[in-house]
Design a protein around this ligand. Structure first.
Ligand code: ADP
Ligand code: MG
Length: 254
């Protein structure tokens, strides 16, 4: 388990390095997306060129998706701040208002804890956003999302107090085969529409907080659906970032 954690810390340093170039990437990405869209409006385009344009747009969509699942919220303050997780969760939920409405999902929010935790808010927004996206994608039209925040103790060490955020859906659930591969980078069952990076990034952030992630899922014919829960300790500061790109010696570098 100790090796596992070290590995995750290495991965999250890579995440931070990637994050430090995130906003340099996002602006040109948006520009290219818009330019391709404008080119598509020209109805004098030869058939062949239009085909190439569509391929270019599809590949751009993919880059944008990868950027969203890994870099979107990451980069920010140099010091952690105290926040109420339910507030971050509500903020994230607002970003998905349209997708939730399009699928006609019902959302149940149960925020039973007003405790605060020390976090880099961008990182936790990234975590919540990745889990909420998966839950929305898992739901069939008219499905249900259930979001809960409770005060609790760490699963693996009941001496550690903290907060649990559960994100549940009543989608198709996760088979044993898929479950065995969860969190593996680039593992996705969504083909062109997936990146397989969401849970990998989520897991690597959560473990840096001394937290834990848990999955409960059942598949048909039983009552089906999935609940992803993350635990974050109340009294642990996440590792500090020593400089802008996350390289260079921190207390736990090397
Ligand atoms: P992506 O969403 O891009 O596929 P993730 O890392 O977020 O990548 O998820 C990996 C895989 O885990 C998904 O492709 C899916 O098979 C499975 N998965 C994750 N969340 C859920 C969920 N709530 N319900 C069912 N399957 C899920
Ligand atoms: Mg995902």
């Amino acid at each position: 388990a100790a090796d596992m954690l070290r590995e995750n810390q290495k991965l999250s340093t890579i995440g931070r390095l990637a994050a430090s170039i995130a906003h340099e990437i996002n602006n040109p990405l948006e520009a290219v997306t818009n330019l391709l869209y404008l080119m598509g409006l020209d109805d004098r385009l030869p058939e062949g060129t239009r085909h190439y344009l569509e391929l270019a747009q599809r590949e751009m969509d993919r880059v944008v998706r990868i950027s969203k699942q890994t870099l979107n919220f990451y980069r920010e303050t140099n010091a952690p701040v105290r926040v109420r997780i339910s507030e971050l969760l509500s903020e994230v939920l607002v970003l998905y208002t349209r997708r939730i409405a399009e699928k006609n999902l019902r959302v149940f929010e149960e925020y039973e804890s007003s405790e605060t935790v020390m976090v880099y808010p961008g990182e936790i927004r990234q975590v919540l956003s990745n889990l909420v996206t998966n839950a929305i994608e898992a739901c069939a039209p008219n499905g249900r999302l259930r979001l809960r925040v409770t005060s609790t103790r760490k699963w693996s060490d009941s001496g550690v107090r903290g907060i649990r955020v559960s994100i549940g859906d009543n989608g198709g659930g996760i088979s044993a085969e898929v479950r065995a591969r969860l969190g593996e980078p680039f593992f996705t069952t969504k083909g062109q529409h997936g990146t397989g990076l969401g849970l990998w990034v989520t897991q690597s952030i959560v473990s840096r907080y001394g937290g834990e992630m848990q999955v409960r899922s059942t598949t048909a014919p039983q009552h089906h659906g999935t609940v992803f829960s993350i635990f974050l300790p109340t009294n642990m500061r996440p590792r500090a970032v020593e400089n802008e790109n996350g390289l260079g010696g921190g207390p736990d570098a090397g």
